[in-house]
Design a protein around this ligand. Structure first.
Ligand code: SF4
Length: 268
């Protein structure tokens, strides 16, 4: 029922904070590029996520509503028209096979899974209630999208990338990024088991990680935080000179000191 309702709501799509309102049923596309049909960038069992989640069967959708210049999987994961075309039944079947073979969780990710919410709900409807479902997101879903997922997802893994409006505007063109992600984090902490991820970016420890850490300590004390320092200067860095290198050891140490200062609960 939820999948049908979400599909009908694509006539005026409000799934992510772009709220572009295009009619995806009529073939219109918004900034995410997603239409009616979902495609899959990959489906495989993975072991590089949080230890409490792995091995996880990762259902990776094509297409994203954000354009981070440091994205290591773009452009394939940005383009909703690329990737495999699979039915919800086929995806669910492969997920259940993975569970039988030892996967502990099933993870929906992208790109960004929010923009494919109707397909996600189709897949969930075919999975056993006992399946542990994980939602890995950039956190820019709207309240409506979150409500459609309520009660279905055991764990949310949310990226909190930028710590001030200037950096988010400069890097992804969204000065409202923090407000959107913070709303999602508060909701996810109330409705699920939440892990917050922060990828330390070179040159952005003081301006981004410090305020993210301070906010987490104040608003979500005790929340699980995965602080990642393996930034990979993969691509599209021409306009962002500070991102054309790896994170220096001193920056990683500084990030750890900030986590300690705010008494964050770090996990790996
Ligand atoms: S999910 Fe895509 S179509 Fe829907 S509001 Fe966001 S950008 Fe627009």
């Amino acid at each position: 029922m939820r999948a049908r309702a979400v599909r009908a709501a694509l006539a005026d799509c409000q799934l992510c904070v772009h709220r572009c309102g295009v009619n995806r049923l009529a073939g219109e596309r918004g900034p995410c590029g997603a239409g009616l049909e979902s495609r899959f960038f990959s489906l495989q069992t993975e072991v590089s996520d949080e230890l409490e989640l792995i091995p996880t069967f990762a259902i990776t959708f094509s297409g994203c509503d954000l354009r981070c210049p440091f994205c290591i999987t773009a452009p394939p994961s940005w383009q909703a028209d690329l990737g495999q075309r699979l039915s919800a039944a086929e995806v669910a079947h492969r997920a259940m096979q993975a569970l039988e073979q030892g996967a502990r969780t099933i993870m929906f990710l992208g790109g960004e899974p929010t923009i494919h919410l109707a397909t996600v709900l189709d897949v969930i409807s075919l999975l056993p209630d006992s399946a542990r479902l994980i939602w890995k997101t950039n956190g820019r879903c709207t309240a409506e999208a979150r409500r459609w997922l309520e009660g279905l997802i055991e764990g949310w893994v949310v990226d909190f990338k930028f710590g001030n409006p200037d950096c988010s505007r400069r890097l992804v063109g969204d000065s409202g990024y923090m407000t959107a992600v913070q709303e999602t984090l508060v909701w996810a902490a109330e409705h699920s088991d939440l892990v917050v991820r922060h990828l330390v970016m070179p040159g952005h420890v003081a301006c981004c990680w410090q305020p993210v850490a301070a906010w987490l300590a104040e608003r979500l004390p005790g929340v699980k935080v995965n602080l990642r320092t393996g930034f990979w200067p993969a691509r599209m860095m021409a306009g962002f000179p500070e991102l054309q290198r790896f994170v220096e050891p001193e920056e990683a140490q500084q990030a750890s000191r900030i986590a300690t200062q705010y008494q964050l609960r770090l996990i790996s």
